[in-house]
Design a protein around this ligand. Sequence first.
Ligand code: B12
Length: 166
Amino acid sequence: MTLPYQHVLKIHLQVNDLHHWVLGHKFTYRMALRFFNVICFVVLLQLGLQITADAFQEEPIRLSVINHINQQCPKEYNAIAKPGGVLLGAMRRLQRTNQDFNFTASENPDYGYYLESVNGVAGNNTHRTYWQILSDSDGTPTPTAVGVGCYIPKKNEHIIFNFTTW
Ligand code: B12
């Protein structure tokens, strides 16, 4: 049976061995401290660079939801798109981070994603209603030529989801 003081002695001897090994290799505590500082500096530098790179990887866009049919107040959101990324990505990101915005979309084999509903209001074939997608970059809202799964918004672009009839 090993007594507790024997354990302490064993650890002490092992630490001593390590200390001798360290000294034998001319590796002082001061050097260890300097090494630790360099590691910390490199890690912090990398973290800083990563944060800066991420900031450049984001393109803000403005999303408006207009529903005159149900006499709802227009809503506006700030969303983040990736450079060259599709509108659907920015919408999904917004949905994850803002409880006030939600949507559903269905996949179409030919044209990508069809925007079915926004904030709980869905288009309806009987009533001939749908969510029109408009881009308002120059003050004249214009329907996009493709759907949310294919449309690539530009930085600071204003996108409008307009509930209307066809
Ligand atoms: C009628 C029509 C509509 C109607 C569909 C109503 C209905 N339920 O019937 C309405 C007005 C809703 C519509 C909306 C849009 N449309 Co449209 N539409 C057409 C059109 C003229 C005929 C489609 C059709 O009936 N085909 C015959 C049936 C039997 O085939 P189908 O495959 O079942 O058709 C369905 C799909 O086409 C789907 N659909 C219609 N438009 C769109 C758009 C997208 C992005 C998706 C995923 C599906 C989809 O709805 C049809 C009925 O279920 C086509 C052009 C054409 N000549 O094909 C454009 C067309 C498909 N639409 C187009 C576009 C861009 C849109 C919008 C994105 C416009 C906008 N900026 O708002 C929106 C969709 C918005 C959203 N909520 O996602 C483009 C798609 C181009 C692309 N490469 O993505 C097309 C090709 C016209 C064009 N050349 O610009 N559309």
